[in-house]
Design a protein around this ligand. Structure first.
Ligand SMILES: [Zn+2]
Length: 369
């Protein structure tokens, strides 16, 4: 079922939605293209996540075919998402414990295998686009990520107002290293970088249960380095700009359009030129009847109703009434529709409209004019 989509400045400038990436591909003349897409590992995926993920694979396939360059997908499983948040009754400071610390490495691997691999395997097979999975825990432990962070640390004065425009303090967290603990001050009030050398930094913090402690972050993976979202994105994107021959495309939901301006500002503040910024692809957002982003947590907490025409499987894709293969068929049909005209791509979809597109019989209609 083809939607009716209005013209926009961007859509009017393009023949195909993926053409938005053409200047970056021509400029970089890459040997391969990597599409990086991240998702918080905090329970079952909802339709917004599936839409972004399936569009990532579909766009990778189209760019590969258009330019004859191998394309792959890197899935970032953000296991640093908060699993539990409590208040310290002494200070009132908020403490969080991430999924990585609550579930452990094997627990996270099981979640990824159960909740994401079936869809990824199917998309990868159908579109012949290889993919890999990396958790945030693995990423932060990597030498290149850590050296990138250590290099940018002395330049944080230039970046901090971009990463935290209201306070000027870009949060970093070092969860308590005691076995079985892992609590960290959410807003890092008492977390301080004490010493910085070229290849290590010492950070002091205060645990909810164990008092003061220090963590050394060096290139070898010792200690756990968690960064606030924009800060993490800056370091992650700095780390990939030094990769020669590879063009990285950061794929995100449309709600990131606004936040990415700050990340781009931070990247330029620490020395990247405009041409070195990673390519970005913003996918359609799924919105409620009020036009706000469809939020599983708001609906679950009873603070927002299930939108008109939406179904429970849209909030928890495990509830899709059918086989995974049928779900993948529907998703791929939808990506065809959304990618068939730039007007269908650079817009949002209400949950009700998306439910219709996912469940209506596949129409052999002509693309919108
Ligand atoms: Zn502790």
């Amino acid at each position: 079922m083809y939607p009716v989509s209005p013209n926009t400045v961007l859509a009017n400038a393009l023949s195909h939605a993926v053409d938005v990436l053409t200047p970056r591909v021509l400029d970089a003349a890459p040997e391969r293209i990597v599409f990086a897409v991240g998702t918080q590992i905090n329970g079952a995926p909802h339709i917004g996540t599936s839409l972004v993920q399936s569009l990532t694979f579909a766009t990778a396939a189209r760019l590969r075919d258009k330019f004859g360059v191998p394309a792959e997908v890197q899935f970032g499983a953000l296991d640093n998402a908060p699993y539990a948040i409590v208040s310290d009754h002494e200070t009132g400071h908020r403490y969080q414990r991430a999924y990585a610390h609550a579930l452990g490495e094997q627990g996270i691997a099981d979640q990824v295998d159960t909740l994401y691999r079936p869809l990824f395997n199917a998309l990868s097979e159908r579109l012949h686009v290889p993919y890999s999975v990396e958790t945030y825990s693995q990423q932060q432990a990597g030498e290149h990520f850590r050296r990138t962070w250590l290099r940018v640390l002395p330049r944080m004065d230039a970046a901090r107002w971009w990463l935290a425009p209201s306070s000027g303090v870009a949060h970093l967290r070092v969860p308590c290293p005691r076995p079985g603990c892992g609590w960290a001050e959410k807003y890092a009030q008492r977390t301080h970088v004490q010493h910085t050398e070229a290849d290590r930094a010492t950070i002091s913090a205060v645990c909810l249960h164990h008092g003061e402690y220090e963590v050394v972050i060096g290139p070898d993976g010792e200690g756990y380095l968690d960064l606030a979202t924009l800060y993490r994105n800056m370091v992650k994107e700095l780390a990939v700009t030094s990769t020669r021959g590879t063009l990285y495309v950061m794929v995100k939901g449309g709600d990131w359009v606004f936040g990415s301006q700050l990340v781009d500002g931070a990247l330029q503040a620490v020395g990247l030129t405009q041409g070195q910024l990673p390519a970005r692809l913003f996918c359609p957002q799924i919105v409620s009847d009020t036009g706000a982003k469809l939020s599983k947590s708001l609906i679950r907490e009873g603070r927002a109703p299930l939108p008109e025409g939406a179904a429970p499987w849209m909030l928890d894709t495990r509830e899709w009434p059918g086989l995974v293969s049928e779900y993948v068929d529907r998703l791929l049909n939808m990506t065809e529709v959304v990618l068939s005209d730039p007007r269908h791509f650079f817009r949002s979809y209400s949950a009700g409209e998306l439910a219709r597109m996912m469940t209506a019989p596949a129409a052999r209609s002509v693309p919108a004019p």
